[in-house]
Design a protein around this ligand. Structure first.
Ligand SMILES: Cc1cc2nc3c(=O)[nH]c(=O)nc-3n(C[C@H](O)[C@H](O)[C@H](O)COP(=O)(O)OP(=O)(O)OC[C@H]3O[C@@H](n4cnc5c(N)ncnc54)[C@H](O)[C@@H]3O)c2cc1C
Length: 396
């Protein structure tokens, strides 16, 4: 693709830069964490997303009539680059903006498209993704949560697990089985579920990091109106795949911005940490490792740009999004491992310890990064997708 900017795009970049300079929240301190927002940051990030919305710097590629900017992915790329350079905070409604909004715009009725996307962008309504179940993760089509029609409603019973943000969400992208008598991919429906409906129970699960950012969600005779079906009944597999493609695109492309912020933080850390009285950045092997991470981060940016070429042609993200997701996981986990090497014995110290480096953010983001090769589809599953759907190899 041609990445040279038109004068209008240069001017757009300058506007974003100037806005970021004056609008960054004073209390925000960029750290090595390139992760999902932590609980103590929720309020700040909610306000931050709101100010991005008010300034028109979110949902750039979404149609104007649904609250977006009506611009192209080139402007989105420029915005993301400026955010990385300014070390701007992430948004709070990550799954809403990255996945729910684009899926609703792709499959929704006119009423659904007018109702949901603007509130996703403004962060008035946070979304979570109700796909995984105790017996359906990689093999998602085996999901057992049932929806049975009763007049104008569907009655939902079952359980989801690992549901990130369910504890703060207003809505869920829910996959449920509506026809158990057809091949398993064909009997699934996609619902836009109001989390406040009677019968929905959210129970937090604590992770390796000590945070409880994901949950179990139980459905006990939850009555969902038929207008909350997205796409059509028993077409949930196709609708759900759209969400997954956008998820991998967001992870591969969107998170490379946060990767760049983390890498800059890591280089600063290496400059300040010493070995035998010398800054670690003077060590040849350390320099090579840092340079390799920088190269891989740049490569990821261009892999993302390749995916964007497809979007600029008006196509939806396809199986190639898996390569970006996989490359992001590999680079980010290596980056966090290197942070532990740089901190040496200090990497054992957690937040709260007066000797912890940078308040203990690196050990925490290192532990969180272990989940990267599981969330959004495991690395093994991404490899299967690449093998079968991109390389045309025989089926697993
Ligand atoms: C931090 C985090 C956040 C998450 N957030 C959400 C969320 O918001 N919403 C949601 O719905 N889910 C979420 N998940 C769940 C995630 O999508 C699943 O954990 C993931 O898809 C794997 O499913 P599973 O855990 O059931 O593992 P399994 O599918 O049981 O896999 C176990 C192991 O077997 C391997 N395996 C399975 N099948 C194959 C195969 N065909 N070929 C080769 N290897 C295979 C897997 O790679 C894995 O190593 C989250 C997970 C994490 C860790």
């Amino acid at each position: 693709m041609d990445l040279s900017l038109t004068p209008e795009q240069e001017a757009f970049g300058a506007t974003v830069r100037a806005w970021l300079k004056k609008s960054m929240p004073r209390e925000w301190k960029a750290t090595g964490s390139s992760e999902i927002p932590r609980a103590e940051q929720y309020e700040l990030l909610r306000r931050w997303q709101r100010s991005l919305f008010d300034a028109g710097f979110i949902g750039l590629t979404w149609p104007k009539e649904y609250g977006g900017g009506g611009l192209t992915f080139m402007e989105e790329l420029i915005l993301q680059q400026e955010m990385a350079l300014a070390k701007a905070p992430p948004i709070l409604n990550v799954l809403g903006v990255g996945m729910a909004g684009p899926t609703i715009i792709a499959w929704g009725t006119e009423e659904q498209k007018k109702r949901y996307p603007p509130k996703i962008l403004s962060c008035e309504e946070i979304w979570c993704q109700g796909y995984s179940e105790p017996n359906a993760g990689s093999d998602l089509a085996s999901l057992q949560t049932r929806a049975v029609q009763d007049g104008e409603h569907w009655v939902i019973n079952g359980q989801k697990v690992w549901t990130s943000f369910a504890h703060v969400s207003e809505y869920m992208m829910l996959l449920a089985r509506t026809d158990p008598n057809v091949p398993k991919h064909k009997g699934i429906t996609y619902f836009l579920l109001d989390m406040k409906l009677p019968g929905v129970t959210v129970k937090p699960l604590r992770q390796l990091t000590g945070e409880a950012e994901f949950n179990e969600v139980f459905f006990d005779n939850v009555r969902v109106h038929e207008t909350q079906v997205l796409g059509s009944v028993n077409n949930g597999w196709a609708v759900g795949l759209t969400t997954l493609m956008y998820e991998r695109l967001t992870l591969g492309f969107g998170l490379q911005v946060r990767l760049r912020i983390a890498l800059d933080g890591l280089i600063d850390l290496a400059r300040r940490m010493e070995k035998s009285g010398r800054a670690l950045t003077k060590e040849p092997v350390m320099r090579q490792k840092l340079a390799q991470l920088w190269i891989d981060t740049e490569c990821l940016k261009y892999t993302g740009a390749r995916a964007i070429t497809k979007l600029l042609r008006g196509e939806m993200p396809g199986p190639e999004a898996s390569t970006g997701k996989m490359a992001w996981v590999d680079t980010h986990q290596r980056l966090q491992e290197l942070a532990m090497e740089i901190e040496g014995p200090y990497s054992q110290l957690w937040k709260g310890s007066e000797w912890a480096v940078e308040g203990g953010v690196w050990p925490q983001s290192f532990l969180r990064s272990r989940a990267n090769s599981i969330e959004g589809g495991t690395t093994e599953i991404q490899k299967n997708i690449i093998a079968e759907r991109l390389l045309g190899l025989p089926k697993d």
